[in-house]
Design a binder for this molecule. Structure first.
Ligand code: XIL
Length: 386
């Protein structure tokens, strides 16, 4: 333990030295890092992090340096998803998560860099390779509802329990609501392994187990396309109320906020109304996966905007959503889904789009970075939340 902490400390010092060489504009600029500015506004400021890049010291350490300098919260992009952790019945791969937050009784990279960790995700309610363990899918025909309940209980208790007190918030269920509004089952739930086995009850059980395993953790229902007003955000609110009515602990809604340039978020609009109705019903929310994609001219790399003017339009979205977060006493954090165009999921996922983050492919600030810094520096006080 002592040894690994020392190593981490040395790594951190090396990182700082490297940073001033690698990213002079940011390291020597007069603006404090975004995490410092956000902390003054009582707003946790996070990013998704690719642990494989952190562990490989990607880009001569710049990936890790910049992340730790600018953000005070990290959510592993893929390494806490069920297929990454849950390798078989009663079998777990803890290697990445232990590296990040430490095995029981120890600390890891996150604590060494004074970052809090958001967990993503306990139940990813769809049946893709990156959401549901392959071994579970293969056994589906043999698994009874009772066995499914036991699997779910074992998994959540084991994982959440192992990192109790170290992972301050969890996406308990992700993407449970169907993309087809014509799907009329209760809450418009998507067809998935857990839904087929347990019906809407899987939502309740997942939250119950997570709360049993770590009563202090914040617990979220995370979703995309549920940011404004519509059947998905209605369903999110209905589920949260349904859980609460049954005495199940839930913190609120995780709103992914995968956006495109040109999207509009303005005081009084559907985004504000949704945030306010959550607050009125006693729920928090967190911006969990913000990115703002634009057309790019270089296809797969996704580094070069097709229209330079889109950089300013992108900045508008990052700023306007930050304003909503700052205006909302029930907003528990603002988190981006990647912070440099050098490493971002959009170009691989959405052909012809990219440049979605606040730093370019060389880790240099884009207009969006500056817009965030400027708004965080604005004098308006923020209520310290609830
Ligand atoms: C994405 C990752 O960014 C990719 O690297 C991976 O290949 C697929 O998953 N909503 C979520 C995230 O909740 O888990 C997804 O992450 C992006 C959409």
């Amino acid at each position: 333990m002592t040894r690994s902490r020392t190593t981490l400390h040395r790594a951190a010092i090396g990182v700082l030295v490297g940073l001033s060489l690698a990213v002079p504009a940011m390291a020597q600029g007069t603006t404090p890092p975004l995490r410092t500015l956000a902390a003054r506004r009582h707003l946790p400021f996070g990013t998704a992090g690719a642990l494989e890049l952190l562990r490989a010291n990607a880009d001569a350490g710049t990936y890790a340096d910049v992340m730790a300098k600018e953000f005070d919260m990290i959510e592993p992009e893929n390494q806490l998803k069920p297929p990454a952790i849950w390798t078989g019945p009663d079998q777990y791969d803890w290697s990445n998560a232990d590296w990040l937050v430490g095995a029981p009784g120890q600390t890891g990279w996150a604590q060494a860099h004074h970052m809090q960790v958001r967990g993503h995700v306990l139940v990813y309610a769809r049946d893709d390779g990156y959401t549901l363990p392959e071994w579970l899918r293969r056994q589906e025909a043999q698994i009874t509802p009772d066995q499914a309940r036991k699997y779910l209980s074992d998994y959540i208790h084991t994982l959440v329990g192992r990192y109790k007190g170290k992972i301050f918030a969890w996406d308990v269920v992700n993407e449970a609501i169907d993309d087809n509004p014509a799907n009329q089952n209760r809450f418009h739930l998507r067809d998935s392994f857990w839904f087929r086995k347990l019906g809407p009850e899987f939502l309740k059980l997942a939250f119950q187990y997570a709360h049993e395993a770590d009563p202090d953790a914040e617990l979220y229902l995370n979703e995309y396309g549920a940011e404004g007003l519509g059947y998905k955000s209605d369903a999110v609110l209905d589920i949260l109320k349904w859980l609460k009515e049954q005495g199940v602990f839930v913190t609120g809604a995780g709103m992914q906020y995968h956006q495109s340039v040109g999207d509009s978020i303005k005081p009084g609009d559907a985004h504000y109304q949704n945030a306010q109705r959550l607050q009125a019903a006693g729920f928090a929310f967190m911006v969990t996966e913000l990115d703002v994609a634009m057309p790019v001219s270089d296809g797969r790399a996704g580094l070069i905007p097709a229209n330079a003017a889109d950089l300013d339009r992108q900045a508008d979205v990052y700023r306007d959503l930050l304003q909503l977060a700052l205006d909302s006493p029930n907003c528990h954090g603002y988190q981006v889904w990647g912070f440099t165009d050098a490493h971002n999921w959009i170009p691989g996922f959405s052909k012809g789009r990219g440049a979605a983050t606040i730093l370019d492919g060389k880790y240099q600030p884009k207009p969006a970075y500056r817009a965030i810094a400027q708004l965080l520096k604005a004098p308006a006080p923020r209520a310290s939340g609830e």
